[in-house]
Design a protein around this ligand. Structure first.
Ligand code: ATP
Ligand code: MG
Length: 137
């Protein structure tokens, strides 16, 4: 069993898509191990997206991800990292296939609805940004 960090980004919350997207993950068979609504501080955003610091899109990425409340979840199941990434679709929604979350709900790179950890090591690192041990069931 593997765990991964999933964010329903501020655009998903604002567009009232959280229920639908959580439903997809549940139907797939992933288990919700932790879940909360929160608004990121600039420090949390910088920690989450540390790998992108210095890139041209970094300032707008941090501005967007801190712009309103988001839903953070730990999802667990066999190969959860890969399963979630496949369900999300390509980073650029223009390339994302229909049937994927981004392919069904997004058209703009900067507003791509969902985040999922890209490796088990990053999942462990990212989960610790959002949740204490006690909050993960
Ligand atoms: P995320 O980390 O948000 O789940 P990802 O792993 O698919 O997405 P990353 O390469 O980690 O993609 O990029 C993080 C986020 O930064 C993307 O979700 C996207 O919104 C934004 N981003 C990435 N590359 C670009 C780019 N070239 N131009 C604009 N925004 C970008
Ligand atoms: Mg990423």
């Amino acid at each position: 069993i593997e765990s991964t960090l999933v964010l329903l980004k501020p655009d998903a919350v604002q567009r009232k898509l959280c229920g639908e997207i959580i439903h997809r993950f549940e139907r797939r068979g992933l288990l919700i191990s932790a879940l909360k609504l929160l608004q990121l501080t600039p420090d949390m955003a910088a920690n989450h997206y540390a790998e992108h610091r210095g890139k041209p899109f970094y300032p707008s990425l941090v501005k967007f991800i801190t712009s309103g409340p988001l839903v953070a979840m730990v999802l667990s199941g066999p190969n959860a990292v890969k399963v979630v990434r496949t369900m999300m679709g390509s980073t650029n929604p223009v390339e994302a296939l229909p049937g994927t979350i981004r392919g069904d709900y997004a058209t703009i790179m900067s507003y791509n609805i969902v985040h999922g950890s890209d490796s088990a090591a990053n999942a462990t690192r990212e989960i610790a940004i959002y949740f204490t041990k006690q909050e993960i069931i």
